[in-house]
Write a protein that binds this ligand. Structure first.
Ligand code: 5GP
Ligand code: MN
Length: 342
């Protein structure tokens, strides 16, 4: 048995809302990652098994390494099927908001969700949830939203109904949001849940291969180039930064997701506990940050880069040139130096 983390009244309210609803839409954040898609598909397969009319709407495309998950090709991508997505949201009696805590994280989908009269349930693990849902199941202490979806289904007394498709999706989210169980992953119950998912028929080794061993040659070369030519280390601040400009990306025929995970690499250098990656997008520079220990990258992301996130994994956007972004990064280092000794 696992501990009851989600309050009982929220479980019962959620159960009632699901029972009462016919048309359900699941939404998750822009540039969906393994956890956003894992949680969405986990809940989707569960609700589908309860004969609900359920759809997933994502703000933009799924990364290709998640397309092995059953149901991923039925996801309604807003940028592709805007009208259909708006119709689904407009007709929904219930909307789930998964793996995000503020409407700004669903980008263009925010308008239709905010004006919809549907009941809304947030299931999320980011700090400081905004108050736009009828039920807020927010647990920053839990490593993934997918784990919360598992806990919710169990607590509704529906563990038996959890099928293999849902289990695969949930495992994928738990795996990706912990870097294959290398961070945020020291709670014993995580492994109890994994054991239950394996009993449901998932093959965790296959899932790892599908998610992580699908690199293209260009992707690997881009990452190699970034590390050998575009990484700068600041030993006195235990920090590292990697930059990739539009020109770099073009040279290696960059595809969405090709720099996923790159920001983690400098943390593998002994003595580095703070890593930042700047990638030049069309309209802004995408910022990704990772840290170890108490170094609060979510604070840096919200104070300096119009973003947010978790203590050890955060991101945001910088409006300016790459040189200006680097300048800002270098200014931040001494300001946060006192966290290095904690
Ligand atoms: P990543 O570096 O993988 O893009 O993002 C890591 C984490 O940082 C995400 O799970 C999310 O919590 C947060 N994050 C990334 N980008 C943004 C952003 O633009 N705004 C906010 N508020 N959070 C972000
Ligand atoms: Mn997540």
């Amino acid at each position: 048995m696992i501990n009851k983390i989600i309050p009982e009244d929220k479980i019962q309210k959620t159960k009632k809302l699901i029972e009462r609803s016919e048309n359900i839409v699941i939404t998750c954040h822009v540039s969906p990652d393994g956890d956003a898609i894992g949680a969405s598909l986990g809940l989707y397969h569960f609700l589908d098994s309860q004969d609900k009319n359920v759809n997933i709407v994502t703000p933009d495309l799924l990364p290709s390494n998640l397309l092995f998950l059953k149901g991923s090709r039925d996801v309604v991508v807003y940028t592709r099927y805007q009208e259909f997505a708006e119709e689904l949201i407009g007709n929904a009696d219930l909307i789930f908001c998964l793996d995000y805590n503020t409407l700004s994280r669903i980008d263009r989908v925010a308008k239709s969700v905010s004006i919809s009269s549907a009941k809304k349930i947030m299931i999320d693990h980011h700090l400081d949830p905004e108050n736009f849902c009828d039920i807020i199941i927010s647990h920053p202490e839990v490593a993934s939203t997918s784990e919360l979806v598992f806990r919710l289904i169990c607590r509704m007394g529906m563990f038996e109904e959890l099928n293999q498709c849902a289990s695969e999706a949930i495992y994928t989210g738990m795996m990706t949001d912990t870097g294959n169980f290398t961070y945020n992953s020291n709670k014993p119950e995580i492994y109890f849940i994994i054991a239950e998912l394996i009993k449901k028929g998932i093959n965790k080794d296959r899932i790892y291969n599908k998610v992580y061993n699908t690199n293209s040659v260009d992707k690997l070369k881009l990452n190699g180039y970034a590390i050998s030519q575009k990484m700068e280390i600041f030993p006195e601040y235990k920090a590292a930064v990697i930059t990739l400009t539009q020109e770099d990306l073009k040279h290696y025929d960059y595809q969405k997701g090709d720099s996923e995970g790159l920001v983690n690499v400098p943390l593998s250098i002994e003595g580095v506990i703070f890593s930042t990656f700047f990638r030049e997008d069309k309209d802004f520079i995408k910022v990704s940050m990772r840290s170890q220990g108490k170094f609060p990258v979510n604070k840096i992301a919200s104070d300096y880069f119009n973003g947010g996130g978790h203590l050890n994994a955060a991101g945001g956007e910088f409006y300016g040139t790459m040189d200006e972004a680097l300048c800002r990064f270098k200014e931040i280092l001494p300001v946060y130096a006192h966290y290095l000794n904690d």
